[in-house]
Every structure is written in C-alpha cells, then in structure tokens.
Design a protein. Structure first.
Length: 415
C-alpha cells in the first residue's frame, strides 16, 4: 500500500516496508518491489540503493525475463544485525543469539538456583553477558534483547508483575537491563512470545487467527486475532491455565479451585503420578524415578513410550482436560489452528489423539470442522525465538507507534 504523511516518517516507513516485503516474499526485483509495495519505481530504486549501501539487502542474481535486460534480484542480508532472545523458565534461563531470519547462532542455558528478585536478575544478566561475549568474539554486535518470562508482565513499562514460580511481584526488569547493557530490551509473557515466534518462523507463519498453547509447570496461550497478537488491556490475555474446568476441583496456586493448570499442567501430572504410586499402583514410572518424590514429567513420558498403563492413562487424562479447555477456545475465538508446545512436547504423541478427539466432540461443528491441531515447529527454541521476534517486530515495523528508531540507528550499533 502507498503510505502518505510526514516526510521523514514516510521515508523511514517506506524503507521498512521494502525491507519487510523482501523478508516475507524472498528474492524480488525492483519492479516486483514497486508492485508489491505500490511505491513509485523511482522511490524503490532510491531506497534499495540506500539499503544496499547500509548492508541490509544485496543483489543476488537475475530473474527470468521474457525479453530485454534480466532484472536484478534483491534479497535480505540475514546477518545484517543480530538479536538476543532470553527465555526465563521456572528452573532455567535459556538464551540465544539469532539473525534476522531466526537462525540460532549461539545458545546457552543457565540454571536458576536463587528465585529471589536479585537471583533472577543475576542469572538473566549472566546469560546475556555470556551471549554478548560469544557474539562480540565473532564480530557480531547485538542491537536488541527480547525477554520472555512466565506469569504476568507489563509490556509497555517493562515490569515483571508476577511470575508465580518465583513468588515475588513488580520487578522493573527492562530498565535494569537497559541501564546495564545499553541495549534496547522488550518484555513479553512466554506463551505470547512462543506464539509470536511461531507466527514469524513456525507453524503459525502468515496465519491471521491461531492460538499457541504452552503447557509446562503452568499453562498459557498466545492468541493471534486478525493478524495481531492479543494482549488485553492489562497484558493478561491468554491465561488459559486459570480458566475453571471443575467447580470443586483441586486447589490451584492462584487460590482458585478447579483451574486447568491444577488439572493438566506438568506439575499436576507429576502430583497425580505420585499419588498413584503411593497408593501402590505398579508402574515403570517408579523404576525410572527411584521414588515417588523424585518423579519428573520425563519419567512419565518414557514409561508411556514403553506402554506403561499408568503413564498412558495419566497422559490421556491430561489430554482430555486440555481438549475440553481448547474446545471452549474454539467456540469462543474460531481459530484456524491450535499449536501445542512447552514441556509436554516429548509426550505429545500420547496426549494429542485424545486431545483432538475431545476438541472435535465438544466444540461446535462449524468452528471445529477445519480446525488444525498440531505441535509447534520451533521445538525447544520456540520461546527464545519468540523473544527474538519481539525485536524483529520493532525492526521491521511500519506502524508509527513502534517506530522508535530508524534503520541507520540500528546499523550504527553494529559498528
């Protein structure tokens, strides 16, 4: 679309429009870019020359031609800038360095030993510093840091409001990290970050309406509506784990009873396995874990792979609860696709069939008819790449509210 308005803004927006069009469409000629963006050909020629000079795009060969001179193709320089993505889980911090097309260049994992505010800040800082050192040693400068955390976050003000596994509230983490590293930081909830990563590079790529559900110690979801992620007025949208499934169900960490999280999280899965083992039910889970107190989700997944009856039953119950919750979402939001990720990925083959059956039997026929339910494509890196996508979203943005800096400023951080 042709954009009009204040000249400096329009110039920068048009630069980003061209850059994002090349990112989405792949190699394009200048004439193709003019058609795709509806910009004047002379504007496209001028802007592409600037972007080539700045190292964001390059000429990569020639397109086929029906006659006359073959048009030169332009493509994105994936390593023009680099980004750090940080995923703060309940027991560890996972960090990656990525380029503009989501390729993971470096990855490290640091265990969380101290869950206090100072302890969490320290391990995040340690992870970022190690990634910066690795990138700088290889001549790669970092232009932004995306940070994904579990629980409630204030994206606008950069505050971790309440990560329940850590037990504290209100840490102004973005300002603290920006002050230390002098690099822009963006904060997001981990489930929404996972959805964003899948929209950029995974199973949700180019979809306008889908839901990504992250199942682990907690349960959250990232909701894409009409091509945009939905955060809600207080950035709390997507807290699927705290929707009530059983009125008189087990007590949830939030203080409510019968929440999905109290029934179908990996924490709930382990509790039910422990209870069965203590009641004397025979299972390979006990052999793998050593004692009921040492049971972890991977023991249950492994036992299910070995056709252990208790493990299979536990995972099927989990799938049934998740299916009921997702059927409610299908009726409410009518998505094209539901994508599943998180700590349940290793056991998903035992969960997915009953989950799909439950969704299709309980959701209304029309919204469920063509619904696709499948695993995430980015695997264990989904949230970290989602955190990277927070920076990419700003880097490629053509929306004025997100236009905090022009591309030349991004490039200056590389030198």
């Amino acid at each position: 679309m042709r954009l009009k308005g204040n000249l400096p803004f329009m110039k920068e927006i048009n630069r980003r429009l061209i850059l994002d069009t090349i990112r989405r469409k792949g190699s394009l000629s200048r004439a193709d870019l003019a058609k795709e963006t509806q910009l004047n050909p002379s504007t496209v020629t001028r802007i592409t020359a600037e972007l080539i000079n700045e190292g964001f795009i390059r000429e990569v060969g020639y397109a086929d031609s029906q006659g006359g001179r073959k048009p030169i193709l332009l493509n994105l320089v994936a390593d023009a800038v680099h980004i750090i993505g940080i995923n703060v889980e309940t027991t560890e911090v996972i960090g990656v360095v990525s380029n503009l097309i989501g390729e993971v260049l470096y990855k490290i994992t640091c265990p969380i030993k101290d869950t206090s505010k100072d302890g969490i800040l320290q391990v995040i800082t340690q992870t970022i510093q190690q990634l910066l050192d690795a990138a700088n040693n290889d001549g790669r400068s970092i232009v932004g840091i995306g940070l994904a955390m579990h629980g409630l976050v204030d994206c606008d003000n950069g505050i971790a409001l309440y990560p329940p596994a850590f037990g504290w509230k209100n840490l102004a983490i973005v300002s603290l990290l920006e002050e230390k590293f002098r690099i822009p930081v963006q904060l997001e909830n981990n489930a929404r970050a996972m959805a964003l990563g899948e929209w950029w590079f995974g199973a949700g790529k180019d979809l306008s309406n889908f839901i990504a559900v992250k199942v682990g110690h907690g349960i959250g979801s990232g909701i894409f509506l009409n091509g945009e992620i939905f955060r809600g007025i207080n950035f709390v949208a997507g807290e699927l784990g705290h929707t009530t499934l059983l009125v008189d169900g087990p007590l949830c960490d939030c203080g409510n009873y019968g929440c999905l999280e109290a029934l179908a999280s990996t924490k709930a899965l382990v509790k039910r396995a422990q209870r069965s083992l203590k009641e004397g039910v025979e299972s390979q889970i006990l052999t793998l874990a050593g004692s009921p107190e040492q049971v972890e989700p991977e023991h249950i997944f492994k036992a299910a792979d070995n056709q252990d009856p208790l493990a299979i039953q536990l995972l099927q119950d989990m799938g049934r609860y998740l299916g009921i919750a997702l059927a409610n979402l299908v009726n409410l939001l009518n998505p094209t696709k539901i994508i599943l990720g998180g700590d349940i990925l290793p056991g998903l083959e035992h969960i997915l069939p009953i989950l799909q059956t439950t969704v299709h039997s309980r959701a209304m026929e029309i919204p469920a008819h063509k619904l696709i339910i499948e695993p995430i494509k980015l695997g264990v890196n989904a949230v970290s790449i989602g955190a990277v996508s927070l920076i990419l979203e700003e880097f490629f943005s053509t929306k004025r509210p997100n236009l905090k800096k022009d591309l030349s400023i991004w490039k200056e951080k590389q030198t």
